[in-house]
Design a protein around this ligand. Structure first.
Ligand code: ZN
Length: 119
């Protein structure tokens, strides 16, 4: 099974990144891996941001937040990043919608409507 994005059908899954529960209906990312104990695959679930950013980012994020620096563009200069191509992103949906800039509740509502999701 390929990696997946989707809404959690229950509140029982736990994020492999932060260890916190993933609430029912919350968007989660599933990483499919070979099952080390049996045939088939297992899925590790993550909050989307926990899947994208490792714990190695915590110190630089905390430092920037303490200074009131909230823009992601400046922060990306401080950490190691990998550029993902449009071809890789298209597997998960429209790259413009997946990487939309969300700064206000209206931005979020517009994105939700664009993707056909409900709050
Ligand atoms: Zn998490």
């Amino acid at each position: 099974m390929p990696h997946v994005f989707g809404a959690a059908p229950t509140g029982r899954s736990k994020c492999r990144g932060c260890g916190e529960p993933i609430a029912k209906g919350e968007v989660r990312f599933g990483e499919s891996l070979p099952n080390p104990y049996a045939e088939g695959e297992i899925t590790h679930w993550f909050h989307p941001l926990c899947a994208a950013y490792t714990r190695a980012c915590l110190d630089s994020i905390a430092r920037r937040l303490s200074k009131g620096e909230l823009k992601m563009s400046g922060w990306l200069d401080e950490v190691r990043v990998r550029v993902v191509s449009d071809a890789e992103l298209c597997v998960f949906g429209n790259p413009d919608a997946l990487l939309a800039n969300v700064n206000t509740p209206d931005d979020f509502l517009g994105l939700e409507a664009h993707q056909g999701h409900k709050l």
